[in-house]
Design a binder for this molecule. Sequence first.
Ligand code: GLN
Length: 236
Amino acid sequence: MSESTVRIGLVLPDVMGTYGDGGNALVLRQRLRMRGHDAEVIEISLSDPVPDSLDIYTLGGAEDSAQRLATRHLQRFPGLQQAAGRGVPVLAICAAIQVLGHWYETSTGERVDGVGLFDVTTSPRAERAIGEVATAPILPGLSKPLTGFENHRGGTKLGGGATGLARVTRGIGNGVGDGLEGVVQGSVIGTYMHGPALARNPELADYLLARALGVDSLPPLDLPEVEQLRRERLRA
Ligand code: GLN
């Protein structure tokens, strides 16, 4: 690995990674390599401390018990929080939103303290949110509809320090009646879209990568298969 290699942290794939969320790290790596960058995925497991020195991080979703293990590990080794504090981009999927918030309640009603990177709290909804979700982005810099698959019981309420990623046009999203999907706070972006979300939403992938590289935008990639996938999913 050379000094210019872009290092993508896949955080706790041994416990957080429902529906192949780890694929988001592969999408980031591939889009970097296609543009001529050296890029590697660094897997950080429960037996490793979390380094603060990587260029971008991603965390997947998980069921309640796995989510608790991840929460404890991130509290014990705060490298992710330190990197985010310096503006390093982080993508958090589903349960990872909840883990990064102030607290979340499990489906049995137990309240667990989170990591505190997001000004959000999560409580169980009466019904599980499951199915396709489509949204219109709110985050400046994104213009294309976002699409993914959601499966969560938790409903996430934003405090004043966080904003939504997008407005729901189909599906449930954060699920607390404000019509929002996802969370943005500084360089940290959370979404309930599994999928992996970045395979379906290349604009979001490039938004994160531009931030990791410290540039305003990236040269476009012409990938007809990705456009085809998007057309199919947005029709679904
Ligand atoms: N356990 C959490 C919930 O149901 C997250 C689930 C997930 O990541 N898919 O809300």
